[in-house]
Structure formats: C-alpha cells, structure tokens
Design a protein around this ligand. Structure first.
Ligand SMILES: [Zn+2]
Length: 136
C-alpha cells in the first residue's frame, strides 16, 4: 500500500518531514528567517502555542499572552500562507525581514493578516521573531 504523503501546512510544497515538521517537534532548528516564519505559521495551524512562545525574541517572552494567541489560533481556520518578500535572513545573516499574508477564516469571513516581520538571530545562533514592523 502506498503511504499518503502529506505536504506541509505552510504550502511550501514540501512534505512536512522535510519542512516545518522537525522544527515544530524540536528536532531541528530553522536555518533561515523564512523557515522560521513558515514554521510559526504551521504552529498556528497545529496550535503549537509553546512553539510560538519559544521562537519569540527572549526578552519579549514574558509579554506573551498565551490565552490570546491560543484563542486566535483555535478560532481561525487557516487557509494558507503567501511569502511576499524576504530581505536577508539567510544562513549567513543575523537579521532578516519577511513580508507575508496569512489567509484565514473567522466567523465565516475570509480575513488576511498582512505583516512585515523582523527576525533576529540570538546569541545561541537560533532565529527568533522580534516584531511586526509593518508601516515602519
Ligand atoms: Zn512548512
């Protein structure tokens, strides 16, 4: 019997085990800002709230509102992710910008979360989500 191959939640076209899967499981860490962005979207889809906190810039983790994030992740039906622009954030960079649109449905309405995000590599070498810099 053929095994069903599941493509990743982030719509990269890759299978989960070669995309966000290992990041969410903690067996691998994203090498680029875009990989972290994609895995954070997948964390919303799979309601991996701890992952969303863990990948937030360490100094901001104390302000993380678990309840609010959980509510949003639960209530939204996630429809897809579009990466619009990536600036730096490669394997060799220490910071990066990713512009994206996340499509979701909430209370029967199709909504789009359009954000320009800033990512930064920590002193531990891992990528973190720093903040929404849309309009800055
Ligand atoms: Zn993915």
């Amino acid at each position: 019997m053929k095994k069903e191959i599941e493509t990743c939640y982030c719509q990269s076209g890759l299978v989960q085990s070669e995309c966000c899967g290992p990041f969410l499981q903690g067996s691998k860490f994203p090498g680029t800002a875009e990989q972290l962005m994609r895995s954070r979207y997948s964390a919303y889809v799979t309601q991996s709230i701890s992952y969303l906190k863990k990948t937030l810039w360490p100094e901001q983790q104390s302000q993380f509102d678990r309840h609010e994030v959980e509510n949003w992740a639960n209530q939204a039906k996630w429809l897809g992710l579009e990466i619009l622009r990536v600036e730096k954030g490669s394997l060799f960079d220490t910071s990066g910008i990713v512009e994206f649109k996340a499509h979701y449905k909430i209370s029967g309405r199709h909504e789009i979360h359009h954000e320009v995000s800033r990512f930064q590599r920590g002193s531990d070498g891992k990528w973190y989500y720093v903040q929404n810099v849309t309009g800055q």
